[in-house]
Design a protein around this ligand. Structure first.
Ligand SMILES: [Zn+2]
Length: 433
């Protein structure tokens, strides 16, 4: 099933020539209207007519998050505010947020790409889409909302929070599709259980989960606990919001990135060189249809690789391997690089614990220490202390064997770690204080 069969199955050559044409238009436009690009292009002698092949993308400068902060709030907009119909911002952990503006045509393309994404995930007109992504400055809520309306589904604009009510609405309104962060879906399941409701008996058939990296093991857990197909969606507000890429329900193996709107590259985050096809590195995206805030070679900090093999679903757009994490989230513990998702993979294979964990990094006597806090389930908790001790030892050993890092493991009482209604906070790094 396709939403836009013509574009979703465009042959490679046609897709690439469309990309080239749109890239030339984008370069011409930002050179004329965005001071950051005008200055850097003129320094390096870049003009749109010199872009005669997609290979020339490599000659263009990167854009980084700091460029957006430096040009806060509207400095990177390529059109006047009169053309902007919507403004979103991503919450920076420090300081000012990153601001993005959309023209009417941008909102239209975004709705189209989200509608495509819903269909790829197995949703269709007639579905009741329970949208628990936050509505507001965050792009998740409204992005999914407009796509669901474009699709013609019945969308319930729940937003995040108020979890008991979410369960009641899902039950009473017959929600068939759930959109939220993966960690929040498990929290909803927990609340349902407390309320004595079997969440598996609801009509949910698909969950579209994104905004934070999650492991294949967590997918297994979610599918088992909620009795639905769990689909990974990718997006970031700087580029668009949700709907930059999505897994198809046919393969559930890698996220199709909509290449008629975006050009992906994979670089080595240290040297900034483009890596050979198929290698894993940092994802860089160039937008080629955006009007409000087109970005050239934006460094996403997300770690992935491009899968070039054809997909069984028939879509020709290449796939991104599921994100193993953001390079920002990578922890370096005594010289060992680890992502929270790798720890998660280990934890999800251990019996007797709950899928709720937190990683605490400290510096003690100039040495980095990692503490893994994980909740045990009710049954394990009632066991004797000896059992708990051997469980902690087992987790510590498996993390050491698989990831090469020594950590402390602290088993905690069920439901003690903080739950999030949006993005889960997995890592607390006390070294930076
Ligand atoms: Zn596919």
């Amino acid at each position: 099933m396709f939403w836009n069969e013509e574009f979703e199955t465009l042959p490679k050559e046609a897709l690439e020539s469309l990309q080239l044409k749109r890239l030339q238009q984008t370069v011409a436009k930002v050179a004329a209207s965005v001071p950051l690009y005008r200055d850097s292009f003129s320094k390096s002698g870049i003009t749109a007519d010199k872009i005669t092949s997609l290979e020339h993308l490599r000659d263009l400068p990167f854009t980084v998050k700091q460029d957006m902060r430096d040009n806060y709030p509207y400095g990177l907009f390529a059109v006047s505010l009169e053309e902007i119909v919507r403004i979103h911002a991503s919450s920076g952990t420090t300081g000012k947020p990153t601001v993005v503006g959309y023209t009417r045509k941008d909102i239209d393309s975004w709705s189209e790409l989200m509608a495509r994404s819903f269909v790829a995930a197995g949703a269709h007109k007639g579905d009741v889409i329970h949208n628990a992504y936050g509505y507001g400055l965050f792009t998740g809520g409204l992005g999914a909302h407009y796509g669901a309306e474009r699709l013609g589904a019945s969308v319930i604009p729940m937003s995040g929070g108020n979890s008991k009510k979410q369960i009641m609405i899902m039950q009473d309104f017959g929600s068939t599709v759930l959109t939220c962060t993966p960690s929040y879906s498990l929290y909803l399941a927990e609340i349902a259980a407390e309320e004595g409701i079997d969440i598996r008996s609801l009509k949910l058939k698909v969950g579209i989960f994104g905004a934070e990296p999650w492991s294949e093991q967590m997918r297994g857990e979610i599918e088992a606990v909620l009795n639905l197909k769990a689909i990974d969606i990718y997006g970031l507000s700087e580029i668009l919001g949700p709907g930059v890429g999505i897994e198809c329900i046919e393969a559930q193996a890698g996220l199709h990135i909509w290449e008629d709107h975006f050009i992906p590259e994979i670089i080595d985050p240290e040297t900034c060189q483009v890596l050979p096809p198929g290698e894993r590195g940092e994802l860089v995206i160039t937008t080629i249809t955006k009007e409000g805030i087109p970005l050239i070679r934006y460094r996403t900090r997300d770690i992935t690789r491009i899968i070039d093999e054809p997909c069984i679903c028939g879509r020709t757009h290449r796939r991104l391997e599921r994100m193993s994490g953001r390079s920002d989230d990578m922890m370096i513990i005594r010289g060992v690089n680890i992502f929270p998702s790798q720890i998660e993979s280990v934890l999800f294979n251990v019996k007797g614990i709950e899928p709720h964990y937190q990683l605490i990094i400290n510096r003690e006597e100039n040495l980095d220490t990692l503490e893994v806090q994980v909740e045990v389930n009710e049954q394990t908790f009632s066991d004797e202390v000896k059992g708990l001790q051997s469980l902690a030892n087992q987790i510590r050993r498996e993390i050491k064997d698989l990831l090469g890092v020594t950590c402390k493991v602290r088993l905690v009482v069920p439901k003690t770690l903080a739950r999030s209604e949006g993005k889960a906070r997995r890592v607390i790094d006390n070294r930076q204080r």
